[in-house]
Design a protein. Structure first.
Ligand code: NAD
Length: 508
């Protein structure tokens, strides 16, 4: 185990606690009392125990959510009521931001400074969607039928299953929870088995904010629990973030009963650097795009496409900075890159690095774990860059979800766009150029749900986020997110003489 510094010792010194799930306003163990451990990827040690839910627990959670939707203070509630609860929650998050950040770092090894900023961002998210609760306008429709008054209303979809991954457990949960609750749905959350504790700690705040029992339920466990929840006939909508492979399974499950779905899936996003770009700015942007969070972000800019005439200089500067990235304890302020979140992901990253070597990709830096004994207990992978990668190599096509970058040279704008779009994914892209006309042309031609220009990896509660192609379905954030959690009802009111001819409703 790594020696802790005094600053971090108190966070890691907490006694191992067994957490409970929240079902119908009650904190409980799994019905069959099974548990599993949460492992700190920096120390390799278990630090918490969490219930392993079974079918009976999922059943209880879904039926509590259904009950809260149909009766009690939440059922048919006023938007102002839901907004008030979301605002109370925002305050509780601000008051408890440090503890929420602590548990996230212990769970997945992400840097404290990033996690703390993300956690404060959750409060802003609550405020935005509290406002949105009262903006779910329908329309009056100026229909061309005499004496007919027509309008639409937006109603909650019903019981939402929110299934989340481990890389940003609370932020990605909030992208679902806030619009779902603002719109009046009830929710059963299934966090990743790698990062269940932060969601359970957060659930305590929902309770304190005054959300009625059954409105938010949390069941913990692995993929089987997620699959059981997704398949439950009383779940009206599945909001899923995770891998494309599992997303497709969830879509198939949903299709059997036409449950609503939104899917936020994987990516292999291109970051295109043209020869007129501000190179220093682009180097920083490309680094931030792939090495922040140790590359474990869906929107990682894992392919840097660099114009041939600046390729060598760009690669030189990029590699020099990547080799100076400071790996270390994610709790410490000066650490630039933490660990990979779990052993399974660590093994996958190393396997894909080895495969890239085998297929002839040119290793420019990194390529495996650091040889620093102080980091030996943690799941560290050095910032890794492969040069002159060809688009048909596995390393250029498959999502690594780790700190591994492919550098791909290109000669023309057309070629850059063709390489950028030559992927089954379509989550995000970056464009680095000072030429406004080129920027507009390129943005239009890229098949990606988000395009950043002269910046990268920015998200905000007011900007829609989601993927094209195999990166997903639907959008989170922004007012568009509300539509994902509502059904439109069309209402017709006839104030005229009525139906004159029952067999020809258009007559009269
Ligand atoms: P994953 O697909 O393995 O798991 C995601 C969640 O689904 C977990 O809670 C897991 O327990 C659950 N699950 C597993 N099998 C299931 C099944 N058969 N039915 C229902 N649920 C099941 O993904 P992960 O490894 O946790 O996360 C990494 C992936 O998530 C990457 O591919 C990444 O790109 C993607 N991701 C996407 C976004 C986005 O917004 N597009 C954001 C973050 C992560």
């Amino acid at each position: 185990m790594n020696p802790d510094t005094p600053a971090t010792a108190s966070i890691r010194a907490r006694p191992q606690r067994t957490y409970s799930m929240l079902i119908d306003g009650t904190w409980c163990a799994a019905a069959d009392a099974r548990t599993f451990a949460s492992i700190d990827p920096y120390t390799g040690q278990p630090w918490a125990l969490v219930p392993e839910a079974g079918t009976a627990d999922v059943e209880r959670a879904v039926s509590a959510a259904r009950q809260a939707l149909e009766a009690g203070p939440w059922a048919g509630s006023l938007p102002a009521y839901r907004a008030r609860l979301l605002r109370r929650l925002a305050q509780l998050i601000a008051d408890n931001a440090q503890e929420l950040a602590n548990v996230q770092v212990l769970e997945n090894g992400k840097l404290m400074r990033e996690v703390l900023a993300q956690t404060h961002g959750l409060a802003a998210h609550c405020h935005y969607f509290a406002g949105a609760a009262e903006l779910m306008h329908g329309h009056t429709v100026p229909i061309s039928i005499p004496d007919m008054f027509t309008y639409t209303v937006r109603e909650p979809v019903g019981v939402v299953a929110a299934i989340t991954p481990w890389n940003s457990p609370l932020s990605l949960l909030f992208w679902k929870l806030c619009p779902a609750l603002a719109a009046g749905n009830t929710v059963v959350v299934k966090p990743s088995e790698i990062t269940p504790v932060s969601t359970l700690v957060l659930a305590e705040l929902f309770e304190q904010a005054g959300f009625p029992p059954g409105v938010i339920n949390v069941v913990t466990g692995g993929g089987t629990v997620g699959a059981t929840l997704a398949a439950h006939p009383q779940v009206d909508k599945i909001a899923f973030t995770g891998s494309t492979a599992v997303g497709k399974q969830v879509a198939q499950t949903a299709a059997a009963r036409l449950a609503r779905i939104s899917l936020e899936l994987g990516g292999k996003s291109p970051n295109i650097v043209f020869d007129d770009a501000d190179i220093d700015r682009a180097v920083n942007g490309v680094l931030a795009g792939i090495f922040s969070a140790s590359g474990q972000t869906c929107l990682a800019g894992s392919r840097a496409l660099v114009q041939a005439d600046i390729y060598d200089e760009f690669a030189r500067r990029l590699v020099a900075r990547a080799q100076r990235v400071k790996l270390g304890d994610p709790l410490l302020e000066d650490t630039e890159m933490g660990t990979v979140a779990c052993r399974m992901q660590y093994d996958k990253v190393l396997r894909l690095i080895e495969a890239a070597r085998q297929e002839g990709a040119q290793l420019l830096c990194g390529g495996g774990p650091p040889d620093d004994p102080a980091l030996a207990a943690g799941l560290f992978v050095l910032p890794t860059i492969f040069g002159k990668v060809q688009s048909d190599m596995q390393i250029a096509r498959e999502e690594v979800f780790g700190p591994v970058l492919c550098l791909i040279p290109f000669t023309s704008e057309d070629q850059a766009v063709a390489i950028a779009n030559d992927t089954r994914f379509g989550l995000a892209a970056g464009v680095w150029s000072r030429d406004v006309a080129r920027v507009h042309r390129t943005v239009r031609r890229l098949r990606a749900g988000t395009v950043w220009v002269n910046t990268y990896r920015r998200t905000h509660y007011s900007m829609p986020f989601g993927g094209m192609k195999e990166s997903g379905l639907g959008r989170e954030n922004g007012l568009e997110a509300i539509y994902e959690y509502t059904e439109t009802k069309a209402v017709w009111i006839d104030s005229g003489p009525g139906i004159a001819d029952p067999f020809n409703p258009r007559a009269g």
